[in-house]
Design a protein around this ligand. Structure first.
Ligand code: SF4
Length: 380
């Protein structure tokens, strides 16, 4: 069974440093001006931050918001950020696709990516004239590290007649070798479109084997894949779903398509990060479980008071490398700036542009649940 963490509402308090709060260690104090500026923000996180913790967090929030004005910066915050980041300092919030679209159009000169490294690379690919900062170089991703550009070049040699789609959760080097990217919001749309364009009955979808299996079940298109997985979502199992139903009769179970196919088979609804958030706000189930990253549940719960969230979830250790402290620090120091060799960036942009050129969907695609899991051939 997956290691289920009953995380409960959780928002890490900035780490005290030698008896001082993280804010004080940076010369930031909770004075009357900061109190007046941040008091209106507290209700946004009151379910996650106690009144006692707030004076340690508020100066960092005020400091980051001041730096945004001074440096002409914008913060793109992924749904898996903790609620303090997501709700208090994120200017644009959403999943990979939404943040990529924002990166391409924001006016500010500096983009701070409150997400993992491949997302910051995506911003740099789409907005090369901007300075893109990632607060921690350790914010990686098990999917992105599972495959290299050299791997994709070998796949192309072996299967020259098949189009290669890469999930955006990969490095710029990998995107540069693929024909088109996809996200969990549009994966089925992309696979169908590229199969038609290439007049091919087979599409290669890397690096997430579970997303590939789930898309294959939806589309009926023959898909070859790569043995990568999201270390967060692959921990969920059909047995977890069964146990949740037994423990919480009537609960509605939602799953992300990075979960193994037997989880989608057993779930009530499946879709991308934005699709899951939409489902909760539109259907307002009385009792719900999101089989996805913990902070995603926290953020959706904060936006849907009155919905009872059962909170088994798995933490993404990479996303949790991003904190208010290192967002503040990176805005002060300008590190870590994301750079990509120009030839790689241009080719990676072609793969992203091919995706962004597809008709914009009104809403993210649903994944049909209850389908029998499929086994796929691997390209290794
Ligand atoms: S949740 Fe999974 S896919 Fe997303 S960054 Fe973490 S390891 Fe990567």
């Amino acid at each position: 069974m997956a290691r289920l963490i009953d995380a409960g509402p959780g928002c890490p308090t900035p780490t005290p440093l030698r008896g001082k709060s993280a804010a004080e260690a940076r010369g930031l104090v909770y004075d009357d001006a900061v109190k007046a500026e941040t008091d209106p923000l507290y209700p946004l996180v009151q379910d996650f931050v106690t009144p006692m913790e707030w004076p340690a967090i508020a100066p960092l929030v005020a400091g980051i918001n001041r730096l945004k004005r001074e440096k002409n910066a914008v913060i793109l915050a992924h749904n898996y950020m903790t609620p303090d980041i997501f709700r208090l300092v994120g200017d644009f919030r959403g999943d990979s696709l939404q943040l990529a679209r924002e990166a391409a159009t924001v006016e500010q000169k500096v983009i701070v990516q409150a997400g993992v490294h491949f997302m910051a690379e995506t911003s740099k690919i789409l907005a090369p004239e901007k300075t893109v900062l990632i607060p921690s170089l350790e914010a990686g991703c098990s999917l992105a590290s599972s495959i290299t550009g050299a791997d994709v070049r070998l796949i192309k040699q072996k299967y020259p007649d098949y189009p290669i789609v890469t999930y955006v959760n990969c490095t710029a080097e990998v995107k540069a070798e693929c024909h088109i990217t996809c996200t969990s919001s549009n994966a089925a749309q992309v696979v169908e479109a590229i199969a038609k364009e290439w007049n091919s009955d087979t599409v290669i979808l890397v690096p997430d084997q579970y997303l590939a299996k789930n898309v294959a079940a939806q589309t009926g298109i023959r898909i070859l894949t790569w043995p990568g997985a999201c270390e967060v979502h692959e921990q969920f199992s059909a047995e977890d779903v069964k146990q949740l139903r037994e423990a919480h009769p009537g609960v509605v179970i939602l799953a992300h398509p990075e979960c193994p196919p037997d989880v989608l088979e057993a779930a009530d609804y499946a879709g991308s990060t934005s699709a899951l958030a939409n489902y909760v706000s539109e259907k307002r189930p009385s009792k719900v479980v999101l089989l996805t990253e913990c902070s995603m549940s926290d953020n959706v719960a904060a936006e849907n008071p009155g919905v009872n969230f059962i909170r088994p979830c798995n933490l993404c250790p990479h996303m949790k490398r991003i904190t208010l402290e290192n967002i503040y620090d990176c805005m002060v120091t300008g590190v870590h700036e994301v750079t990509i060799p120009e030839d790689v960036r241009v080719r990676a942009k072609q793969a992203l542009d091919a995706m962004l050129a597809l008709p914009k969907m009104e809403r993210p695609l649903d994944f049909v649940t209850g389908l029998k899991p499929m086994e796929l051939e691997l390209v290794v």
